[in-house]
Design a protein around this ligand. Structure first.
Ligand SMILES: Nc1ncnc2c1ncn2[C@@H]1O[C@H](COP(=O)(O)OP(=O)(O)OP(=O)(O)O)[C@@H](O)[C@H]1O
Ligand SMILES: [Mg+2]
Length: 263
């Protein structure tokens, strides 16, 4: 499904400020894998997702999605293949448009012109999909998104990102700006949509418990490198204490990281 080889991203290359944000990463995911990614601030997690989504081009290395090389493919051309949800609910939805119009945008993703409009049949489809969120949004199709709460808006963003069955779903701390109750709800929605649609998923989180609870594989990034890869089969036995033990084995002295593990 997703394969990255020697993936490297340097900012300001060849200057005194050169910074290697992603450092020679190799990773292979199979269809339906759900990978959680942890690491301290600045570890390279968002940059890694930016490279996969085509938001940034790598300095070195190659990226394959479903057998197709996408290393140099720009974001707008990758849009049909990649679903993405960000930390801020506002980034995944258009606030001045209605719920139905937002879902139409999601259906038209990756196309320059709006090929698809809202018709009766699509309204029924949208209602059915919104019903899966369990938030009553199926009755608010014509309401502007600006009137929704942060949690409702993020649930809509997750639905929009998954509506067209992307080859890969990228979640970047998508519950981090929500209160615990809403974060829990969004995680439930995520789990439900991912398993129902059998999506291959990468979820970045600072929450060790989330990283352990969700998915079948966990990696840890540190200064752009993968320092820990807990694969399918071993992940079920993982606990926060075991993770902390793994970090100390790697000699990571990083107060910030340890702080995030204790949240
Ligand atoms: N567009 C950019 N230009 C220059 N440097 C950047 C850019 N984007 C990221 N960086 C740097 O690359 C490093 C990795 O950043 P990145 O955003 O990938 O970290 P992260 O693991 O997502 O951190 P956080 O947990 O804080 O979100 C950081 O040192 C950051 O300052
Ligand atoms: Mg980030």
């Amino acid at each position: 499904m997703l394969k990255v080889n020697n993936l490297t991203k340097k900012f300001f290359p060849g200057t005194p400020n050169e910074l290697t944000a992603v450092d020679d990463l190799d990773l292979e995911m199979t269809d339906g894998d759900f990978l959680t990614v942890i690491g301290s601030n600045g570890a390279g997690k968002t940059t890694f997702l930016n490279l996969i989504a085509g938001t940034m081009t790598p300095t070195r290395g190659r990226i394959f999605l479903d057998g197709q090389e996408v290393t140099q493919v720009p974001e707008y051309e990758c849009a049909e293949l990649v679903g993405r949800v960000f930390q801020e609910p506002g980034r995944g939805t258009a606030s001045g448009m209605t719920v139905a119009q937002n879902l139409v945008l999601a259906l038209n993703k990756g196309h320059k012109s709006l090929r698809i409009g809202v018709n009766r049949e699509r309204r029924e489809f949208f209602k059915e999909e919104l019903g899966k969120l369990g938030l009553g949004l199926e009755n608010r199709l014509d309401e502007k998104v600006v009137h929704l709460s942060g949690g409702q808006r993020q649930a809509l963003a997750v639905l929009m990102a998954t509506l067209t069955m992307p080859k890969i779903l990228l979640l970047d701390e998508h519950t981090a700006s929500l209160d615990p109750k809403n974060a829990k709800k969004i995680l439930e929605v995520t789990k439900k949509l991912v398993s129902e649609k059998e999506l291959t998923t990468i979820m970045v989180t600072h929450d060790m418990n989330q990283a352990i609870d969700l998915g079948n594989r966990l990696i840890m990034l540190h200064r752009g490198s993968m320092i820990c890869d807990v694969e399918d089969g071993q992940k079920e036995e993982l606990t926060v204490d075991k993770l902390i033990e793994l970090f100390s084995e790697k000699d990571i002295v990083d107060d910030e990281l340890l702080l995030t593990t204790r949240q």
